[in-house]
Design a protein around this ligand. Structure first.
Ligand code: BDP
Length: 722
């Protein structure tokens, strides 16, 4: 080979990957860091040209930090998707222009006379529409709306939507859309399965990792506007001067993205860091201490969001240590924050093992008498179900039972009870099931989402919290599909009626591929995945039968330690049947629901089968809707759950080649683990419950490979969280 040939050959080899990636969409490796904000070049050349034509000029009115962020994002998005650098023009020019502004900042937007409509969309809302000259216009009342509108516009391009008849109006139905991080000050994350805390406390405030900006971008792209930086099991140190400097540094990064910081406050902080001898909310010194602390925080962070508090729950200090109510505790903090516009998010996740009452009834008993006693800037934050983020629970009866109090929803995004970052479980259907549940508080149609969005009881202050699944893993969430849960949470907090399916479509097209042949099967797989997760763990209303401590593998046999942390407390299997009798003849938890719901849940013939064993102790030979006996039905759910994972694997194999090898392989391997572990759950539970049912596993299903003893715990030994 002569030198010229050699050079040509080398050039070819160097260019080969470039040519290859250009020809085959999405063929490059992708480590998932970009989440759904991937702006790879659109391969459909006609479409790309069409977009380019329509976006020949871009004019953003205004000059705030938020406008700068919107412009940066648009720059990043368009230069990636359309492979064209953009420049912003000072004035709307001739020819197709994208014009963005508020009626104040832009005479052009003002001339469109959208003021009335924009007002109705509130502070965060926006319009994406066409003006009389057929230009695309993004209009909002405030710059934050423009930022949200810009992300929406990029979503249209990423998911390759037509820009012809743009007529988009969007406004959040919920005011506080908050992530709760359970990050500790030592860098660990409680129930976090994607690495440790992303805040590098030891390097803050001096070094602000660029990741913080990407975190803020991702959140703003779905409308999340608040973040609680530290664990609900809080360390009072977070309220000391040194840490507040670090908190301020993060707040400064997040502010241009419309995200406020909040802190979990430890109720006993006045003792631990304030040298007081008590934290009694009636003590004047204690009250003064909190007021001074609030002033100190706001002098650094003028838009500080407020406090999240876990009090008198699982060993945390609280007002009841001084015989004061939750309302007194919350109100003391609320008063300290109120001059600055901050809020208190007071958790209703309270229960005690010293209380003989059914654990799922305790929060309702504790809080309903306090309805109307909380200050205006308090929200009571209620987990979606009355127990604790189980794969399935009926909605929490507090929803619809405290009309005088703003109730904030708390969902868990991190998969503590759903296979950590190993199992593929798309949780939007879980969130949706709860939001769409009818409380009947004011007759039919009193949906939980109406309690949350304030429309049922005419509440101005509204909120939704999601316990985040983010960690230091390169792809943020460990499982590539766990990103979808973060995305879905944000989208549902913006609009609780959006629907799991639509959210999945959006997320898939932005995260993976726009090809129908990819989107459809993957969407179906995602939509089915939550029910499958229930099938191989806790079918027919079973709950809290996971391994002790870690909450990972199965542990229906757990019977030691405090009763309300055992499994036998909840499943109550015996030779006559299985399930927790919460009917009027049992613990009477059904009576915490409004009459139509109560009647349905109370009646073994009417209760939806998915909640059967939540509310009833049912005989093994009881006939299910399918005609199977309860025992056969239980076995059937466990086996079909595992079979469905095999179908998920088939689906995933069928889409190989549509996306990068890196993420494809990651998911494929995780699905293999999921299948093994689902079979483990199935065999462990079926063998364990068989001891009580005394009935054979029907012939149609293969016998487990091992005896029960084999399953009694090994999964739990190798996982974090013990
Ligand atoms: C439970 C978790 C525990 C949390 C608690 C909470 O196991 O780590 O501290 O919820 O929400 O599910 O406070």
């Amino acid at each position: 080979m002569n030198v010229a040939n050699f050079k040509t050959c080398m050039l070819f080899l160097i260019l080969l990957p470039v040519l290859f990636f250009d020809l085959i969409p999405d063929a490059s490796a992708d480590d998932g860091y970009r989440l759904w904000l991937r702006y790879d070049k659109i391969q459909d050349e006609d479409l790309r040209q069409d977009y380019l034509h329509q976006l020949r000029q871009i004019h953003y009115a205004g000059s705030s930090a938020r406008i700068e962020k919107a412009k940066e994002e648009l720059q990043r998005g368009i230069s990636g998707l359309l492979a064209q650098k953009i420049t912003f023009s000072d004035e709307p020019g001739n020819g197709p222009t994208l014009i963005a502004g508020t009626p104040e900042s832009s005479p052009h937007i003002r001339s469109m006379e959208l003021q009335g409509e924009l007002r109705s969309l509130g502070e965060d809302g926006y319009l994406i529409t066409r003006d009389r000259q057929n230009n695309i216009a993004i209009a909002a009342s405030r710059d934050i709306g423009l930022l949200y509108g810009t992300f929406h516009f990029l979503r249209l391009l990423q998911s390759q939507q037509s820009l012809q008849d743009l007529d988009i109006k969007s406004a959040p139905q919920i005011q506080l859309r908050v992530l709760n991080h359970w990050f500790n000050l030592d860098g660990t994350a409680e129930r976090g399965y994607a690495g440790g805390a992303i805040w590098q406390w030891e390097q803050l405030p001096d070094y602000k990792d660029p990741l913080y900006t990407d975190y803020a971008r991702a959140n703003a792209s779905v409308g999340i506007n608040g973040t609680v930086l530290n664990n609900v099991n809080s360390d009072a140190l977070i309220l000391t001067e040194g840490y507040l400097e670090k908190v301020k540094a993060l707040a400064d990064v997040f502010r241009p993205y419309g995200i406020k910081v909040y802190l979990s406050a430890r109720f006993s902080a006045p003792i631990e860091i304030g040298n007081l001898s008590t934290a009694d909310p009636r003590d004047p010194e204690v009250r003064r201490w909190w007021e001074k602390k609030a002033n100190e925080i706001y002098s650094r962070i003028p838009d500080f969001g407020g406090f999240l508090v876990k009090a008198n729950s699982e060993g945390q200090p609280g007002p009841q240590d001084y015989n004061r109510s939750h309302a007194e505790g919350a109100n003391m903090l609320a008063k300290a924050l109120s001059p600055h516009g901050g809020v208190v998010m007071w958790r209703a996740f309270v229960y005690s093992n010293e209380e003989p009452e059914d654990r799922v009834k305790q929060a309702y008993n504790e809080f309903t008498p306090l309805d109307g006693e909380f200050r205006d800037n308090v929200l009571v934050q209620v987990k979606n179900g009355p127990l604790d983020f189980q794969p399935r629970e009926p909605f929490h009866p507090l929803f619809g039972a405290m009309p005088e109090t703003p109730l904030m929803m708390e969902f868990q995004i991190t998969q503590e009870y759903l296979g950590f970052a190993t199992h593929l479980t798309y949780q939007a259907p879980l969130y949706e099931e709860v939001l769409d549940a009818d409380t009947y508080a004011k007759g039919e149609g009193s949906y939980v989402r109406k309690v949350i969005d304030g429309s049922l009881d005419d509440k101005q202050l509204t909120g939704m919290a999601g316990v985040a699944n983010i960690g230091t893993d390169r792809n943020w969430t460990g499982h590539p599909f766990a990103q979808a849960n973060w995305y879905a949470y944000g989208r549902l907090a913006w609009n609780p009626e959006l629907g799991s399916e639509r959210i999945a479509e959006e997320w898939i097209s932005m995260t993976f591929s726009n090809k129908e042949a990819f989107i459809e099967p993957v969407k179906e797989m995602m939509l089915a995945s939550r029910e499958i997760a229930v099938d191989y763990r806790t079918p027919l209303g079973l709950h809290h039968i996971m391994g002790y401590g870690s909450h990972y593998g199965p542990g229906p046999w757990v019977d030691e330690g405090r009763a309300d942390w055992t499994s036998v407390y909840y499943h109550r299997a015996d030779s006559s049947g299985i399930g927790f009798d919460r009917s009027t003849s049992g613990s009477n938890a059904v009576s915490q629901y409004h009459p139509p719901v109560k009647q349905q849940f109370n009646d073994i013939e009417k209760v939806p089968e998915k909640y059967l064993l939540w509310f009833h102790h049912v005989e093994w030979d009881y006939e299910l809707d399918s005609g199977r006996t309860l025992w056969e039905g239980l076995v059937h759910h466990y086996y079909s759950g595992v079979d469905s994972i095999r179908r998920m694997q088939d689906t995933w194999e069928s889409v190989e080649g549509y996306i990068d090898e890196q993420r494809y392989t990651h998911v494929a391997r995780l699905l293999e683990i999921q299948e093994k572990e689902a079979a483990f759950w199935r065999d462990a539970c079926v063998l364990y419950f068989q001891q009580f049912s005394g009935r054979p596993i029907p012939d149609a299903y293969p016998e487990p490979d091992h005896p029960l003893e084999y399953y009694q715990d090994p999964l739990n030994k190798y996982v974090p969280g013990l």
